[in-house]
Each structure stands twice: as structure tokens, then as C-alpha cells.
Design a protein around this ligand. Structure first.
Ligand SMILES: Nc1ncnc2c1ncn2[C@@H]1O[C@H](COP(=O)(O)OP(=O)(O)O)[C@@H](O)[C@H]1O
Ligand SMILES: [Mg+2]
Length: 415
């Protein structure tokens, strides 16, 4: 039987060394996982759940069969397409040759959240040693070669690998700079526009709308622009240590399967947040949803919404990965978000967003006022994008994506 026992470690708040919390038993044939807290861990006064929703401290929970048998916060601590590509390159095998537990165990200390996974209780504490910003040109070179499927020298690959454990599909690497950690998001091989600059512009526009975002820097290395997004789950502690925060994506909070897209629904997230979070957070989720409509961010799937937790209280993490989807002029002026919005399902319209305002802890009047405010700010997108240095060609290419917020009749059609 292909059963593996993996010790799950947690960095308790303010601590820089992890303690064992329990054992994950994983059947890689059936792709079923089960977790049990250790007795000594439960007896700790400061014990916190490793996943407050799927795994509250208490009687052994149900085994998990969705998402290939990984509980939400465990899966969130494992990389997606990009990090898996880098791990496979480091191991000199194709990604398909590695299993879910290989990825879980190979992921290094730059993984998202406050967990770690080790085969044995006695395995050493992993060091968190991502590249420094001044090595960026080499890291970029390494990432470009991986994307192109080219050979990379072991030295270069190691640099990239040491920072490549966060999720997402685009090329990126955690880097250390200015005494803190950042996710450096790179241009990708197929980009026709300067995506790091466009992401910077869109995220800072979101900030003008009152949406919380991480600190951002737009930097360049060699000929390329890179977006630096300050990591919200790590904080320097002492000279070498890092304290960590628990992270849960909305997909994990909801215990949705990543292939079960029909279930994905902003209103469902808002309902669960009533139990674990606050009305202010629910209202901010509404603002993020409306902003996604206004800037045509259709990649707003539930892994692109996150929560930070300590104990069983959840707070929306600063927003991330908000980029307009590109579209042709006049084509697809009606579009859908990745999750349901209101009575008309995923339809990306303000009317639909307002149809169930009460689910987002708003009266219709208050929700309408917020929407009007967001429309007013996003209508100024052109000047904002110019100010942050987007070219005329880029702004032209983005015009169809911003058609929603520029349609003057929009609000008059809202009941
Ligand atoms: N500022 C941040 N701090 C910590 N983790 C983050 C931060 N921003 C994003 N993440 C995590 O990294 C993952 C990948 O980042 P994202 O910007 O979504 O990349 P991509 O564009 O490749 O999808 C996210 O799904 C989230 O889990
Ligand atoms: Mg993403």
C-alpha cells in the first residue's frame, strides 16, 4: 500500500522555529489524506489549528478526498504550475514524474503560510535563504531558461529554486531585499505587453479604491521590469529568523474542489466569512469583486483570494494578482468573472453585483454608493496608468478591458 506518514510542523505566532503539530497520513494510490493532531501539541497552551476550517483542534477530522487528498492549508503551502516546474527542473525529472507528496516535501521555506512538512520528526529545520535582489539578473536568466525548456546551470537553478515555492502559474521568485521578503513577479515568455507594470498600475488603482494591497515596487533588472510584492505572511524576527502567518486561500476556506468551478461563488465566501471574519472584511470582498468587474479581471478564481489567520479568526489578506484580462475591441463586451456574483451567476455586471448586496453586509443604498465611488475612481484609469509609465500602445491595448467602467449609462441601469 502506498501510504506515507508526513509530520506537519507549524510556526506558532512570533516563533522562528517550527514545532510538530501532527501527522498527515497520505495514500498516494487513492489520493486520500487524513490528519491527526499530536497529543503533546494539543496540550500546548498556545496550540493553534493548522487549518481553522477543515482541521479545528478537536476530534480527528474526516479524511479528505477533494484536491488530490490534501487539506486546504496544506495545498496552499504547495506550489502550483510555476513552482512545480522549478522543483522538477532541480530534480532533473519532468513534473509528471513527481507526486503530490513529493511536491509537498520538496517545497522549501519560501512556501506560503506557517506550515512545514517533513518525513521525520528529526529532519532539520529548513533554512529560508531566497536569493537577494542584487542577484536578480541571474534569477531572471534562470527563470527565462526554465520557461523556454532550456538547460540551466546547477548554480543558476539553485538560486531560483531557493525562492520558488509560492503558488501561481507565472514566473516568479521570492527575494530578500531591504531587510524583508518580496515576491518578484517577472515578465513571461508569451507576454505582448509589460505585465509587471500593468499589474503594478492595476493594484495601485485598487488601492485608490480603498482595497488593501501589499507594498509594491516596480523595479528593473537588465532590460526587464519586475513587480515586487511584499510578502504579507513573513516578518523578520531577530537577525536571521522569520515569523510567519497562517494562510488560507478562499478555495480552501470553502473546501471547494479546484475542478468544481460551478460551485465557486463570492456570496458563499461572504456567508462563511460571517462565521470566521468581520463585516468590514466581507464589505471589502464586495469591493474587490466590483473592482474585478470594472477592470475586467476574469482570473479572480478562489486561489486568487486569500486569508491570513491566527487561531480561528480570518482576515482577508492584502489583495494580489489583479490584472485586466486582455480582449479585442468590440468583442465580448459581456463577460463573466470566475466566480458567481449575484442573481445572474458569473455575469460581470454592476447590476448583478448589487443584486445580493445584503449577503455582503451592505444595504442596497450603501452598496450602490460604494459602486459609484469605485466607478468614479476606475474611470480615471488612463491617467493613472500614464502616471506609472504605461506606454500609449499599452493603454490602447487595455481600452477594451476598461469598457465596463467607461460606459456612462451603467449606473442609470442599476435599480
Ligand atoms: N504578498 C504576498 N505574500 C504572500 N503570499 C502571496 C502574496 N501574493 C501572492 N501570494 C501567494 O502566492 C500565490 C501566487 O501569487 P500570484 O500573484 O497569484 O501569482 P500568479 O500571477 O502566478 O498567479 C498566490 O496564489 C498566493 O498564495
Ligand atoms: Mg494567482
Amino acid at each position: 500500500m502506498a501510504e506515507k506518514k508526513i509530520t506537519v510542523f507549524i510556526y506558532l505566532p512570533g516563533e522562528t522555529v517550527a514545532v510538530p503539530a501532527g501527522i498527515l497520513t497520505y495514500d498516494s494510490d487513492l489520493k486520500v489524506g487524513s490528519f491527526a493532531y499530536g497529543r503533546r501539541y494539543i496540550e500546548r497552551k498556545n496550540a493553534l489549528p493548522v487549518d481553522p476550517v477543515a482541521l479545528p483542534i478537536g476530534p480527528p477530522p474526516q479524511e479528505v478526498m477533494i484536491n488530490k487528498g490534501l487539506y486546504g492549508s496544506f495545498r496552499d503551502a504547495t506550489p502550483d504550475f510555476w513552482g512545480r516546474l522549478v522543483i522538477a527542473a532541480e530534480r532533473k525529472v519532468p513534473p509528471e514524474a513527481l507526486s503530490e507528496t513529493d511536491f509537498l516535501l520538496e517545497t522549501n521555506a519560501t512556501r506560503v503560510g506557517n506550515l512545514d512538512f517533513r518525513l521525520s520528526l528529526n529532519d532539520p529545520e529548513p533554512t529560508l535563504k531566497p536569493p537577494h535582489f542584487n542577484q536578480m539578473e541571474q534569477v531572471l536568466d534562470s527563470a527565462a531558461r526554465i520557461e523556454a525548456g532550456e538547460e540551466v546551470s546547477n548554480h543558476l537553478l539553485r538560486l531560483l529554486y531557493q525562492g520558488s515555492s509560492v503558488g501561481g502559474a507565472r514566473p516568479k521568485c521570492t527575494v530578500e531585499w531591504k531587510n524583508t521578503l518580496w515576491i518578484a513577479k517577472f515578465p513571461s515568455m508569451g507576454d505582448t505587453l509589460d505585465i509587471p507594470r500593468i499589474e503594478y498600475a492595476t493594484m495601485s488603482l485598487a488601492e485608490s479604491c480603498g482595497i488593501r494591497i501589499p507594498e509594491l515596487l516596480l523595479e528593473s533588472a537588465g532590460e526587464k521590469n519586475i513587480l515586487l510584492v511584499r510578502r504579507f505572511d513573513r516578518e523578520k524576527k531577530g537577525r536571521y529568523g522569520w515569523a510567519r502567518k497562517g494562510f488560507l486561500s478562499a478555495l480552501s476556506l470553502m473546501q471547494w474542489d479546484e475542478n468544481d468551478r460551478l460551485l465557486w461563488d463570492y456570496r458563499g465566501i461572504a456567508d462563511i466569512m460571517r462565521r470566521y471574519s468581520t463585516a468590514v472584511n466581507i464589505q471589502e470582498l464586495f469591493c474587490r469583486m466590483v473592482f474585478n468587474i470594472l477592470v475586467r479581471n476574469t482570473d479572480d478564481h478562489p486561489r486568487n483570494h486569500g486569508f491570513l489567520f491566527s487561531g480561528d479568526r480570518l482576515e482577508l489578506s492584502p489583495a494580489y494578482d489583479i490584472v485586466p484580462s486582455l480582449t479585442q475591441p468590440g468583442v465580448d463586451t459581456d463577460f463573466n468573472l470566475a466566480m458567481s456574483v449575484g442573481e445572474n451567476g458569473r455575469e460581470a455586471s454592476l447590476k448583478n453585483a448589487l443584486s445580493h448586496a445584503a449577503r455582503f453586509a451592505f444595504s442596497l443604498k450603501a452598496a450602490r454608493a460604494i459602486v459609484e465611488h469605485l466607478v468614479e475612481i476606475t474611470r480615471g484609469w488612463r491617467e493613472h496608468f500614464e502616471t506609472v509609465g504605461c506606454s500609449d500602445r499599452e493603454i490602447k491595448a487595455l481600452e477594451p478591458s476598461f469598457a465596463r467602467c467607461e460606459n456612462v449609462d451603467l449606473l442609470s441601469r442599476i435599480p
